[in-house]
Design a protein around this ligand. Structure first.
Ligand code: IMP
Length: 205
């Protein structure tokens, strides 16, 4: 299958998690070919955007195409930035710009009110037009300042509730993040459905 993402951080995580599942090991991953135009994310939901990206790549390559779309929903901001997470601080915002805007919007919000969640929708679209979907959600909180240098995007300010030490994703190594993360959960969900669809057996992934 071909990976639709042009984001190397996401491609690295998708490949690592998928290759750690029984189904994923039976799959050959192909990077996004050069020259395929960037897809504008015009959908109003994560699912629509993921489908859009997978369909364009699938049509360009005639291969099963895997795409993900991720959003960060912050309770104190009524669910913002959500589907606009990549462009929160403007069209060409960097990760740092988005984090800075988020912390600015959250200034003065007390720790108990800093709840947030990441949601990833991952879709696999086949040349036949059939599609499979996986969803992963991780609950956590927005820290008051960035911590850690690993990961990408909002990782330095997102502390998943499942980590007893209260670390941010950026303070974890890649394998730990994959075990706890929205993207890891979405891919494991998709891998289970793929395994059911193709009727393979084998160890759980
Ligand atoms: P996209 O629309 O799926 O490319 O992702 C939206 C934005 O969410 C990205 O630009 C990142 O800033 C952020 N994002 C996506 N996945 C993660 C993650 O795993 N950790 C932190 N930020 C992420």
């Amino acid at each position: 299958m071909v990976l639709a993402t042009a984001n190397p951080d996401k491609a690295r995580e998708l490949a690592a998690v998928l290759s750690a599942t029984a189904t994923g090991r039976a799959v050959e991953l192909v990077g996004r070919p050069a020259g395929v135009p960037e897809v504008e994310e015009t959908g109003s939901t994560l699912r629509e955007n993921a489908l859009l990206k997978a369909r364009v790549l699938g049509a360009a390559t005639d291969l099963p195409a895997l795409a993900d779309d991720t959003g960060l929903e912050v309770d104190a901001l009524d669910g913002e930035p959500g589907v606009r997470s990549a462009r929160y601080a403007g069209e060409n915002a960097t990760y740092a710009d988005n984090v800075e805007r988020l912390l600015r919007e959250m200034a003065g919000v007390a720790p108990p009110d800093r709840g947030a969640r990441f949601t990833t929708v991952v879709v696999l679209v086949f040349p036949s037009g059939e599609a499979l979907e996986g969803v992963g959600v991780v609950e956590g909180r927005i820290t008051e300042a960035p911590r850690g240098a690993a990961g990408f995007g909002y990782d330095p300010v997102f502390a998943p509730s499942a980590d007893p030490a209260g670390r941010t994703f950026a303070e974890m190594d890649a394998a730990e993040k994959d075990r706890l993360s929205h993207r890891g959960a979405a891919l494991r969900d998709l891998a289970a459905k793929l395994r059911d669809a193709v009727g393979t057996t084998g160890e759980e992934g």
